[in-house]
Design a protein around this ligand. Structure first.
Ligand code: PEP
Ligand code: MN
Length: 363
């Protein structure tokens, strides 16, 4: 993946808007549903219509897509609206059918990216087709697996490549359906600045109300576009109903988003500065989140100490922690003085928490 220009060429060749907006239903359900949604989307900034034809469902028994029939509806939507089309392919048979129905962009889903066998099969099936392929991140937070999939496609001579950040699954319940783990796409972007990067806020959020904020963070990080699940009647969607939005809402989102203008040196400087600042914000959020988790554990220790009538301050343990963190700090080029100040503050906050547990009525 050396030739940087090559990686971006398809965005220019299609003369695509920046940021590129891909929108459409999670699943094609009926001809009427797809066409109605597409016609409403035509009036928005969306230029690419998405629709899942074969749906990978984590558990059996859910709607698994209408299958090849839906490709005809997608083709009809393209003819009637002039939008480009995109769908997910998960095996060579899907590829063959999607090519036959002239789908413009194919994407590889998160559950396929995890398997080098599946990705290789897809790469072999796509060889020599000149199609544009977008690779969603694997469900697990593994950058190497994501890049590996892109490399397999690149080795099969597929030049028009991009990646979609759709979040990562965690066992722990969070406010997201899939944790964004922004650091992973940021690392990817730093390594391959010219590989187009898109955000799928719908599968990260799992709900409608936080889609706008996710989109804004992505644009502040200089993403190239968005893929947003959109349905003319989201509440009655056959899959992912809670996260889909109406074309009208999509329109409002794109109006409200702050979009970076490309321009002279001063604007370029400001853009770069903002991107770096957003990266810092992502890390700061993580630091405070981790500190909160640390305090929850300190609280549990406080409860235990209370039960067993043990003193809050355990000097030996504290010195051990401090010694270990000073060494760790050295590895990360952090001075001893800084680690001391930082850990004193953290330790004091833990003590304050535990005091409240052991002596709830004391000031
Ligand atoms: C989808 O886009 O509808 C989908 C199934 O996505 P993912 O592979 O990210 O779960
Ligand atoms: Mn979906």
């Amino acid at each position: 993946m050396e030739n940087k220009k090559e990686l971006r060429s398809w965005l220019d060749a299609f003369n695509l808007s920046h940021p590129l907006v891909i929108a459409g239903p999670c699943s094609a359900e009926t001809e009427e549903q797809l066409l109605k949604t597409a016609h409403q989307l035509k009036e928005t900034d969306a230029t690419v219509l998405r629709a899942g034809i074969w749906k990978p469902r984590t558990r059996p028994g859910n709607f698994e897509g209408v299958g090849a029939l839906g490709l005809k509806w997608l083709q009809k939507a393209k003819e009637e609206t002039g939008m480009l089309t995109t769908t997910e392919v998960a095996n060579p048979h899907h590829v063959e059918l999607a090519l036959k129905h002239d789908v413009d962009i194919l994407w590889i889903g998160a559950r396929s990216t995890v398997s080098p066998f599946i990705v290789q099969e897809l790469a072999d099936a796509l060889k020599g087709t000149n199609k544009t392929i977008l690779v969603k991140n694997p469900v697990n937070p593994d950058l190497a697996l994501w890049l590996g999939a892109v490399e397999r496609l690149h080795q099969a001579d597929i030049k028009n490549l991009g990646v979609i950040h759709r979040g990562f699954s965690t066992y722990e319940k969070t406010k997201y359906r899939n944790n964004p783990e922004w650091q992973i796409p940021i690392d990817l972007k730093n390594r391959f600045p010219d590989l187009p990067l898109f955000l799928d806020p719908s599968h990260i959020a799992g709900r409608r109300d936080i889609i706008f904020d996710l989109c804004q963070t992505a644009l502040d990080l200089n993403y190239d576009g968005l893929m947003i699940e959109t349905h003319y009647d989201p509440e009655n969607a056959w899959s992912d109903a809670a996260q889909q939005i109406t074309p009208e809402r999509l329109d409002q989102i794109t109006i409200d988003l702050r979009i970076r203008k490309k321009g002279d040196e001063k604007i370029a400087f400001q853009n770069e500065l903002n991107t770096l600042r957003t990266q810092i914000d992502v890390i700061d959020n993580k630091i405070v989140e981790m500190l909160g988790k640390r305090m929850t554990i300190a609280d549990a220790i406080g409860e235990l100490k209370k039960e067993h009538n043990v003193a809050i301050l355990q000097v030996k343990r504290w010195n051990e922690v401090l010694g270990r963190m000073i060494l760790k700090g050295e590895e990360s080029k952090l001075s001893e003085e800084f680690i001391l100040r930082l850990y004193k503050a953290i330790h004091q906050e833990s003590i304050n928490h535990q005091k409240k547990i052991i002596h709830p009525n004391q000031e």
